[in-house]
Design a protein around this ligand. Structure first.
Ligand code: GH3
Ligand code: MG
Ligand code: MG
Length: 344
């Protein structure tokens, strides 16, 4: 509601994107087979290492030379990469640098495989480029396997930590932190490519009553069900998050009409889907505030867009709840006449 103005802070640090937009990630894959990508310029190294890994229950992928390695790392998302430091063409160090720069591959642990002639300088260089470990050839099998398993454990733990940092614990949807970060990204993209972007704030109606009448736990159960229902109704490309409390947000690429259409669909679905609680059923409704870039906000940042959606939401509440209201400058008469959206 409008009282929220000023609380919205853009995120300080960029978050890695970890899952398809629109829903929070699935739990990670502890217990699954570790997939190892071997990048080397010697086919027999790839073959023999691959055989050893397979014998010990791991899956191996082989890439001859750096270019193929970068391609497979990107396409296959292995859990661990074994990377030969010395290769003709793109060296292992270059491969490491490239993989660490790319969002999609930068979280994959890299172990350098180095020849006996390895210098301390090269070890330090590899680790500083972002590799996690190095092993000298010829390797000791048991040690190699142990080190790979350690790397896989670290990778899974880091992945889980990243997932948790963007997930709302109660509903499993994205959390506010992720929403703000993605909204900022989407807004810059919309500006760059002159595309419309719509932000919808959803606030459940009279939710306090649910808690008062049935208890907080029942309220939590309802929030979870509402989250599932919204998730089910949103498109895969939409960014759906729990904004906080009994408030949700959807960010969608589309204009005012798209935002309104999507909101009406969600509103109707909620209204016509009785939820279970204490063995009884309860109908939950929600109010929707819609604001669009650039129609309602030719200039301004994510806080400004959220504020406009909030103003519209406030009007939806005032007008009787269970409705969709799109932002209008008339809601803020003290702001003066409507600015003209550039290029529209
Ligand atoms: P309005 O239609 O004006 O939005 O009325 P409301 O009762 O939904 O709004 P109000 O802001 O007065 O109250 C919000 C309620 O949502 C109060 C709070 O207990 C409840 N709530 C917020 N977060 C949670 C939660 O995580 N679990 C549960 N069970 N309830 C929550
Ligand atoms: Mg509220
Ligand atoms: Mg409410």
């Amino acid at each position: 509601m409008a009282k929220r103005q000023g609380r919205v802070q853009p995120p300080q640090t960029p978050e890695p994107s970890v899952a398809p937009a629109g829903r929070a990630p699935e739990p990670e894959r502890i217990g699954e087979t570790v997939r190892v990508l071997i990048i080397d310029d010697e086919p027999n190294v790839i073959q023999s290492l691959g055989d050893i890994l397979k014998t010990h229950g791991m899956e191996s992928l082989g890439a001859l030379y750096g270019e193929e390695g970068i391609r497979l790392a990107t396409e296959e998302s292995p859990d661990v990469i074994l990377l030969d430091s010395r290769m003709p063409g793109i060296s292992g160090f270059d491969v490491c640098t490239i993989l660490k720069q790319e969002e999609h591959t930068r979280h994959i642990p890299i172990i350098f495989l180095t020849g006996r002639d390895i210098t301390e300088e090269n070890v330090v260089r590899g680790l500083e480029l972002g590799a996690y470990d190095y092993i000298t050839k010829p390797y000791r099998v048991a040690e190699l396997l142990s080190r790979i398993r350690v790397m896989a454990r670290i990778k899974f733990a880091e992945q889980r930590a990243r997932e948790l940092s963007v997930t709302d614990e109660l509903t499993g949807l994205y959390n506010r932190r992720f929403l703000l970060q993605r909204l900022e990204e989407e807004l810059s993209r919309a500006r760059r490519y002159r595309l419309p972007l719509t932000c919808v704030l959803i606030d459940l109606d009279n939710f306090k009553r649910v808690n008062d009448d049935h208890g907080h736990q029942a309220g939590d159960h309802v929030l979870r069900q509402v989250g599932q229902l919204l998730r089910h109704e949103c498109r895969k490309e939409d960014i759906l998050a729990r904004y906080g409390g009994e408030e949700f947000t959807v960010v969608l690429s589309g204009d005012e009409q798209d935002g309104r259409g999507a909101s009406e669909r969600l509103r109707h679905r909620l209204e016509t889907s009785p939820l279970t609680m204490d063995g009884a059923t309860v109908t939950i409704t929600a109010s929707f505030g819609v604001a669009c870039y650039p129609t309602h906000m030719p200039e301004g940042d994510l806080s400004a867009l959220l504020h406009l959606a909030d103003v519209a939401l406030y009007q939806a509440k005032r007008a009787g709840r269970n409705r969709v209201v799109t932002y209008s400058r008339d809601f803020e008469p003290d702001k003066g006449p409507e600015p003209q959206a550039q290029g529209s």
